[in-house]
Design a protein around this ligand. Structure first.
Ligand code: GTR
Length: 426
């Protein structure tokens, strides 16, 4: 019996793996079929949007709804009985230069309410509320720095022995294992705070994750069925709840929150910021397909491939476009346009063809007409083609492609800190 179940499972896994492998992937510029992007300024009845007011009142909400209906699902609001519990404050973190706070956000009343743990570092020398970077992490808060005061996540994690993640649980050995992606001390030295939380607190990242994540546990309270949104929606929702907390913390300047995320969490970051105008600056790092990259450009990961490998990330309707990205009423440049007029940074990696760097750049470029409604330049008239590696460009929209692989590097952080300094006039 066991062997039979096992072989069925094995067969199933192989079939799934094979079908994902079978999906054609293109890496040849000359093979990209011609495509036409939907015009963000064109209304359904053929009119043309010409003012920022029309965008904000009319067209923007229509575009947002198209993304909700076809890609990410509906975004529920804030739960009525949410509460915060600060369970740790250490004013001597990082040899005394930072304050560490840890806060549980309970999404409803009751002691065993669904929750997420936020880790917040603030510069100790600040004499007024500070701007903060906010982003989800991949393997638990304890992986972003070796600081032993960080609570070890007890949630389901993806196995990765090198990172100290075994039997789907984080071990002590996981402390600081993903620190390379988080320039925490540099952020503090530059006068910013950092707020992060483990994305698995919201929904474990596997096909059945919704069963134990907030799409199930918060279903009644949020009046939304689990299939009305996907995992990316759930992660994005969590970012807004973190923002709810930051707005209550007197040490934080909540009008200066920079939202960021890497890869799948970059997709969640963009979706969160499209829905929530409280995020002042948006930074998408290597977010690729379903993030910053254009879907109609056949290069690297495709809608079909992402829906096959990660069936739980998007709503079922998105699968309709598996072989027909041209039928999508939107494309990702419109998602970027939904950031307008807020400063936006899009970044790619040179060795990350899977995420289609050029498709990310072109997406940023094609968001410009919406920024123009607000009198903003976007990347700017001088930025026509892809810039050279490690050569950041742009105005209200910034873009760079860093040397090396798919990663969130200290080079990236430096650019984002400079960008935030410029935008906040620091
Ligand atoms: C890949 C996926 C990408 C990106 C990446 C990541 O497997 O195909 O869309 O999200 O994972 O999150 O690291």
């Amino acid at each position: 019996m066991i062997t039979k179940t096992f072989s069925v499972l094995l067969l199933l896994t192989i079939t799934i793996a094979l079908s994902a492998q079978d999906i054609p992937i293109n890496y040849d510029e000359s093979k990209i079929p011609r495509y036409t992007l939907p015009d963000p300024l064109q209304t359904k009845d053929g009119k043309h949007i010409t003012t920022s007011q029309q965008w904000e009142k009319q067209q923007g909400p229509v575009m947002l709804k198209l993304f909700a209906d076809n890609v990410y699902g509906r975004m529920p609001g804030k739960p009525r009985n949410m509460r915060f519990k600060v369970f740790d404050v250490d004013s001597n973190a990082f040899q005394g230069k930072a304050i560490r706070k840890q806060v549980t956000i309970y999404f409803s009343s009751g002691t065993d309410a669904p929750s997420m743990d936020v880790l917040l570092y603030l510069p100790k020398t600040a004499n007024k509320p500070v701007p903060v970077f906010i982003g989800l992490n991949f393997y638990g808060n304890q992986t972003i720095h070796a600081d032993t005061g960080i609570r070890l996540s007890t949630r389901w994690v993806m196995n990765d022995e090198k990172l100290g993640l075994v039997n789907n649980r984080a071990t002590e050995a996981s402390r600081g294992k993903d620190a390379g992606k988080w320039a925490v001390e540099e952020i503090i030295d530059r006068g910013y705070g950092l707020a992060t939380a483990y994305y698995g607190d919201l929904e474990p990242d596997h096909a059945d994750g919704w069963k134990t994540g907030i799409r199930t546990t918060m279903k009644t309270e949020l009046s939304i069925d689990e299939n009305e949104w996907g995992a990316i929606g759930a992660w994005a929702w969590g970012l807004s709840r973190m923002m709810d907390y930051l707005q209550t913390d007197a040490a934080v300047d909540a009008s200066k929150v920079v939202i960021t995320g890497h890869s799948r969490l970059g997709k969640a970051c963009l979706w969160a910021a499209a829905n929530d105008q409280r995020f002042a600056v948006i930074v998408s790092n290597d977010s690729g397909e379903g993030g910053a990259a254009l879907s109609r450009r056949w290069f690297g990961e495709t809608i079909e491939r992402i829906n096959t490998s990660f069936p739980h990330w998007f709503v079922a309707a998105y699968k309709r476009y598996n072989n027909h990205p041209e039928l999508l009423p939107v494309d990702q440049h419109i998602l970027l346009a939904l950031m307008a007029p807020r400063p936006l940074y899009v970044a790619s990696a040179a060795d990350d063809a899977w995420a289609d760097p050029k498709g990310e750049f072109l997406s940023a470029k094609n968001a410009e007409p919406v920024y123009a409604l607000f009198g903003k330049h976007g990347l700017g008239p001088d930025v026509i083609g892809m810039p050279a590696v490690d050569h950041p460009v742009g105005e209200t929209i910034h873009y760079h492609i860093h040397a090396g692989k798919h990663d969130f590097t200290s080079y990236d952080w430096q650019q984002y800190l400079d960008f935030a300094d410029k935008e906040f006039g620091r």
